[in-house]
Design a protein around this ligand. Structure first.
Ligand code: NAP
Ligand code: HSE
Length: 441
């Protein structure tokens, strides 16, 4: 470890979040030092980038000598005490984090894909080398939900966690709803604002939210979860007409993560576009904001709300983790990072999860179509609470129309079987689109 007062930070990645951390430390390192009674001074001593010649549009950019394109140089640099991984992805990022842990340098990361996909290997290294991984920035940007689950809820059994945990998707849905712009235009805005992942399909197909849901579930229930166990659907299939129809019924459409413990101990973990009642607190979460509602058996419901993405909110979480890592280096008191604490647990199969649902069929409009669909649903014991077939004012006699069914609560597995049969009918032109209708506390 650096023998001088200051601890050296190796910043792997200088994009949206990395540059945010650089700026935050320039502004607030003195505040962190003051609040820690002078014990924590943080200085960036090395920065990893892909392209050192890239213009960095900052009031005080780092000097060229700090930059490197060789991650080993950063990890091995004796002036680096703590490694911050903010390059994204699951390959080079894995190598950096693994090498840092083996060198017993604490790691701070915002990389939920890495921890969700390869967390088992990394937490194992963390345990073996007694070196923590901190990841507050990996879930819900600036909201301190990781620390809350690890520390503040330690005396509660977690009954459920429900959240809007992808800022990009929430931003897109909002812009489609309020400004009436297209999905593509809204996504381009989210990218320009630095909210989206380098590969934005992670945001819109729900995988980013699923990675975060996996981390929240592991924190709450202690056992490692494989991403393939999570039922995931994204927002690509949401049409403005779905949003309008939801609104007419008193709902809003949100990409929702649901984590819930069932009485037999199985844990439900899923992510999908959902109708939620306008009166629910999560319905008021707009733009890039996220919210996470945690229900503990002692505390009841607590809702955490804040910026879910973007340079400065995310940097705020990274700096908090840096301070925590620095505190542990200064006053070693055992391993402080999170480690899965149970070796096994059961994820509820997606087919066994039950909600009411909204199903949109693309049908050839002819007499009897609605009855044909209804007959199949009835055969599978699925109750119908409403139907609707919006007329296209531009073309009231169109041959192909959307037909909406609102369905009573049933297991997803039963619904999927019925939909397979319905999709095979002559009158159905494409795979039906399903959104959950959530009944939240
Ligand atoms: P970004 O803007 O794309 O920045 C990535 C940075 O990493 C760039 O500086 C890039 O170098 C560098 N880099 C990428 N691959 C590299 C490689 N192989 N070798 C060396 N340098 C490499 O990404 P970001 O938005 O800051 O996100 C970083 C991480 O934080 C991701 O894991 C993301 O999921 C997570 N995160 C992001 C947000 C957010 O709001 N953006 C919020 C929470 C968590 P160049 O600058 O030279 O291109
Ligand atoms: N792309 C992510 C989001 C960044 O939009 O939520 C924050 O994790």
């Amino acid at each position: 470890m650096n023998s001088c007062q200051s601890l050296g930070v190796g910043l792997a990645g200088f994009g949206t979040v990395g540059a945010g951390v650089w700026s935050a430390l320039r502004t607030h390192a003195p505040l962190v030092a003051e609040r820690s009674g002078g014990r924590i001074e943080l200085t960036v001593t090395r920065i990893l980038v892909r392209d050192p010649a890239k213009p960095r549009n900052l009031p005080s950019p780092p000097s060229a000598e700090l930059l490197t394109t060789d991650w080993r140089e950063l990890v091995d640099d004796p002036s680096v005490d703590i490694v911050v991984e903010l390059i994204g992805g699951t390959t080079t990022a894995f190598d950096i984090v693994a090498a840092a842990l083996k060198a017993r340098k604490p790691v701070v990361t915002g990389n939920k894909a890495l921890l969700a996909e390869r967390g088992a290997e990394l937490f194992d290294l963390s345990r073996r080398h007694e070196t923590p991984i901190h990841f507050e920035a990996a879930v819900a940007g600036g909201i301190p939900i990781i620390r809350a689950l690890q520390e503040s809820f330690i005396g509660n059994r977690i009954l459920s966690i429900t959240g809007i945990i992808n800022g990009t998707s929430n931003y897109i849905l909002d812009r489609m709803t309020d400004a009436g712009i297209t999905f593509e235009a809204a996504l381009a805005e989210a990218q320009a604002l630095g909210y989206a992942e380098a590969d934005p399909s992670l945001d819109v197909d729900g995988r980013d939210a699923a990675h975060k849901a996996l981390l929240l579930a592991t924190l709450a229930y202690g056992f490692p979860i494989d991403p393939s166990q999570i039922d995931v659907n994204g927002i690509q299939q949401v049409k403005p007409s779905d949003i309008r129809f939801a609104k007419s019924l008193g709902y809003v459409v949100k990409l929702l993560a649901v984590i819930r413990e069932h009485p037999d101990g199985a844990v439900e973990v899923r992510v999908q576009p959902s109708f939620i009642a306008r009166s629910n607190i999560l319905a008021s979460v707009h733009g890039v904001f996220n919210a996470v509602a945690v229900v503990g058996d002692g505390v009841g419901e607590s809702v955490f709300y804040g910026h879910g993405a973007g340079a400065h909110p995310t940097a705020s979480s990274v700096v908090a983790d840096l301070a925590e890592a620095a505190r542990a280096l200064r006053c070693p008191s055992g391993h402080r990072g999170f480690l899965p604490y149970r070796s096994n647990g059961r994820v509820l199969p997606a087919g066994d999860t039950s909600t009411a649902s909204y199903v949109r069929f693309d049908v050839t409009d002819r007499p009897g179509v609605m009855a044909e669909v209804a007959q199949v649903l009835a055969r599978h014991g699925i109750g119908i609470s409403g139907t609707h077939s919006p007329v296209n004012p531009q073309n009231p006699d169109a041959d192909f129309v959307d037909m909406i069914f609102l369905l009573h609560t049933c297991p997803l597995g039963v619904l999927r079987k019925a939909l397979e049969e319905i999709e095979a009918l002559d009158c159905i032109n494409s795979t039906p689109v399903v959104f959950r209708i959530e009944s939240l506390g």
